[in-house]
Design a protein around this ligand. Structure first.
Ligand code: ATP
Ligand code: LTN
Length: 337
């Protein structure tokens, strides 16, 4: 390949979302919102990572339903199956196969330092399984199989993408260039949407307090109620500041939902209190999510279409993934089949 052709080759984007629950406003603003606009310029591959989801106990019927729901929400959030490759992780065996090889190039100490592992193992103390520990190796395999240049994620996943880089670098160092070095792609605003009830913690779909998160499928009444109850502070000004985690978070959400800057939001609510601001945030989010909810509901009625999308996606992903896996198997010294 001439240098010119290399330059012209579209860069590759890869990201994944776990079907471990219903998607939240945090998943949307931190990650999925950014997926659609990238598909015009890049070669985009988006995966529903069901194999990651079973690191925490899942009910089988619910997992199956939620896997299709995440796929439908990808499309409802603007992903076009004709432009991007959309597939389900367990349909492409190379993910598990590469994960084994990469686990032999990942250190116990590195995995022990992962904050998600520490958080999840304290939250699920009765089920600290080996998969929860090696989770980032499977994630590295997702990314490296497609020679990914950029990984759009929320800031909580930065550490995992950095580990994927370290594994790639180690492997490349031993066997010569095999993997492209991926970069995390983290939005300036929205990278970490906080809980509406405990705004010092990230909004998480697995939170026990239902009022702490907004789901993409929540009905308008529920969204309005959750924002009215959102925890703020004893100050009354709609302005960002230290110790105002709740209000800072609501300002970011309102800004993202309306396309305004945080400064414009502060100006808009100058002289007004939280009693005006909280319902305004609720209304903006209702309007932001309405088309996504309606489109998801319609897509979930058409299982035949969803099946055609994930089958075609798996075929394309499988072809690309095999190419990388064959190269890796050859480099480590496995006999050709
Ligand atoms: P859980 O909440 O169950 O721990 P999760 O929502 O963090 O799961 P995923 O569904 O795999 O895990 O996350 C998908 C994407 O959403 C990731 O890129 C992640 O960084 C992003 N994300 C998750 N929560 C937030 C949040 N509160 N703010 C911004 N981005 C988020
Ligand atoms: N670990 C991520 C989900 C995930 C992912 C990936 C993201 C799995 N594989 C590959 C980007 C690229 C999470 O928990 N949010």
């Amino acid at each position: 390949m001439s240098e010119n052709t290399i330059e012209q080759k579209k860069k590759t984007i890869f990201s994944g979302v776990q079907p471990s629950g219903k998607l939240t406003l945090g998943n949307y603003l931190g990650a999925i919102r950014n997926f659609g606009p990238l598909q015009e310029e890049y070669n985009c591959i988006y995966c529903v990572v069901d194999m990651h989801a079973i690191t925490v106990r899942q009910d089988p019927a619910t997992l199956r339903r939620q896997t299709l729901e995440v796929l439908a929400q990808y499309i409802a959030c603007g992903l076009d199956p004709d432009k991007s490759t959309l597939f389900i992780q367990s349909h492409v065996p190379a993910h598990a196969e590469l994960a084994w090889v990469l686990s032999c190039y990942t250190m116990f100490g590195e995995l022990s330092r992962m904050t998600q592992f520490k958080d999840k193992s304290s939250k699920h103390a009765d089920n600290v399984n080996a998969g929860l520990f090696t989770y980032p190796v499977l994630m590295a395999s997702d990314i490296l199989l497609y020679q990914t240049d950029m990984v759009p994620v929320g800031v909580d996943q930065k550490q995992h993408v950095e580990l994927a880089r370290n594994i790639a670098q180690r492997f490349n160092g031993v066997y010569s260039d095999t993997f492209v070095m991926p970069e995390p792609y983290i939005p300036q605003t929205g990278a970490k949407i906080m809980s509406l009830q405990e705004p010092s913690r990230k909004m998480s779909k697995s939170d026990e307090n239902q009022n702490s998160f907004i789901l993409l499928m929540d009905k308008p009444d529920d969204i309005m109620r959750k924002f009215r109850r959102a925890v703020t502070d004893s100050d009354t000004r709609v302005a960002r500041g230290e110790g105002k985690d709740g209000v800072n978070n609501l300002i970011s959400i309102y800004a993202l939902a309306t396309g305004k800057t945080p400064e414009q939001v502060e100006a808009e609510f100058e002289g007004k209190g939280y009693g005006d601001f909280k319902p305004a945030v609720g209304e903006a989010v209702v309007e932001l999510l309405r088309p996504i909810r309606e489109k998801t509901e319609a897509l979930l009625q058409d299982k035949g279409y969803l099946e055609s999308v994930y089958k075609e996606g798996a075929a394309k992903a499988n072809y690309l993934a095999r190419k990388t896996l064959d190269k890796v198997y050859r480099k480590v010294g496995f006999v050709k089949r």
